[in-house]
Design a protein around this ligand. Structure first.
Ligand code: COS
Length: 382
């Protein structure tokens, strides 16, 4: 369907499509199998200015909006959600600085993120703080001109591959969510280390590790925003970033539909291509309807967020739920259309099915998103 993109937006799509078709699709099975980090592809994305897209112009970026990033991520996600996540995670890691960082902090870090010289990661999750984001136990204590961090973050995307981490820690634990503050930690800071790469069901190329802070000492200037404002920055960051996860879902669903429809045209049973059977046609039709409807909601939500940055939560949560639940369903159905072949590693849909699951979980489970939507409705219908 025509989404009436302007010239700049079409350029983003075309360039992202080219990287996806020429680099991501031919290499995705290899990266899934070896579980290695796709550095060559990430570097190509950087050379093509994709890391500049989400950085404001005054700090060396292109000043793109949520919609621009969504367009790029949809294409990358069509190829491989694992590889696309390496890109999305850098945007997520940069957003706290973009949203709440001082001018000095922005000048210090954003230009290198924009060129891809430095990759970023976002560190919230801990063993006892997942959906309950304010339950974090990592602490940061003032010591002269430094902050000293102690604690362990869990399942951090781009762990070990990022050069800088935006980390939330408790500075005033008795104040609850109002006692949390964000910091930039560099991979070279004393007392910082990463655990081994986790073994996962899907997105196996994506680097997921623990981050360990053992008397990790960082200069005071690395505090992001105000002391005590960390939780709000985290919430705003996730609101801004979730449409990107939604667009990975749209991309994955489109990729799975493409594979299933192509197969159904070629596969002959009972003397006819299976696409001529109504049972298969109806499955493909539902996959196409759900994918296109998700795309429409993601685009409209991203445009709403760009126009109304103070009203992100509901639009962001709604498109995340719809597009990622769709990705899961469409991927499962693609495997079904392809039968035994769909179940084999030789075809990409079994990987898409494994990859789709994380979309319903990371950056806030779809159950938490429904809570957020419910709370917003509760306010609207007061
Ligand atoms: N934007 C700005 N401020 C927000 C906000 C948002 N989207 N959501 C909450 N806040 C503010 C609230 O207004 C409140 O401020 P006050 O202290 O002034 O009242 C404060 O933050 C605390 O909010 P709340 O009481 O709603 O927090 P909860 O502890 O109940 O948690 C949820 C709310 C569940 C929504 C939050 O914990 C969450 O998003 N969890 C999912 C986290 C997640 O995505 N994890 C995945 C790993 S990160 S990749």
């Amino acid at each position: 369907m025509d989404h009436f993109l302007n010239e700049d937006q079409q350029m983003i799509v075309d360039l992202a499509k080219q990287i996806t078709d020429e680099m991501i699709i031919p290499n995705r099975a290899k990266y899934d199998e070896t579980e290695g980090y796709p550095l060559d592809i990430v570097e190509t994305m950087a050379k093509s200015d994709f890391f500049a897209l989400f950085v404001p112009e005054e700090y060396g970026g292109l000043g793109g909006g949520c919609f621009d990033t969504v367009l790029a991520l949809e294409q990358f996600g069509r190829g491989c959600v694992g590889i696309a996540t390496a890109y999305a995670a850098s945007a997520l890691g940069a957003y706290p600085i973009v949203i709440s960082g001082s001018k000095e902090l922005k000048e210090q870090f954003l230009p290198d993120i924009a060129t891809g010289k430095k990759r970023a990661a976002f560190a919230l999750t801990e063993a006892n703080a997942g959906s309950d984001a304010s339950g974090i136990q990592t602490t940061a204590v003032e010591d002269g001109d430094y902050w000293v961090l102690n604690g362990t973050k869990q399942w951090i995307t781009n762990g070990g591959q990022a050069h800088l981490y935006t980390v939330i820690a408790m500075t005033d634990p008795h104040k609850g969510p109002r006692g949390a503050t964000m910091f930039v930690v560099e991979s070279t800071d004393p007392g910082f280390s990463c655990g081994p790469k986790e073994k996962k069901l899907g997105i196996r190329t994506s680097a997921t590790t623990e981050l360990i802070f053992k008397d990790c000492r960082i200069p005071k200037s690395r505090m992001i925003g105000r002391r005590g404002a960390g939780f709000i920055t985290v919430m705003k960051t996730l609101d801004k970033s979730r449409p990107g996860i939604a667009s990975l879902g749209v991309g994955l669903a489109q990729g799975a539909l493409d594979e299933a429809a192509t197969y159904a045209k070629q596969r002959v049973q009972f003397g006819k291509p299976i696409i001529s059977f109504q049972a298969v046609q109806h499955m493909l039709a539902d996959m196409a309807i759900q994918t296109e409807a998700s795309r429409a909601l993601v685009y409209v939500s991203a445009k709403h967020i760009d126009a109304h940055p103070k009203q992100m939560s509901k639009a962001s949560a709604m498109c995340k739920v719809m597009a990622t639940d769709t990705a899961m369903k469409v991927a499962v159905d693609a495997v079904q259309v392809m039968g035994g072949y769909g179940y084999m590693r030789e075809y990409p849909v079994e990987k898409m099915m494994r990859d789709a699951k994380i979309l319903q979980i990371y950056e806030g489970t779809n159950q938490i998103q429904r809570n957020v939507i419910g709370q917003e409705l509760n306010k609207e219908y007061n």
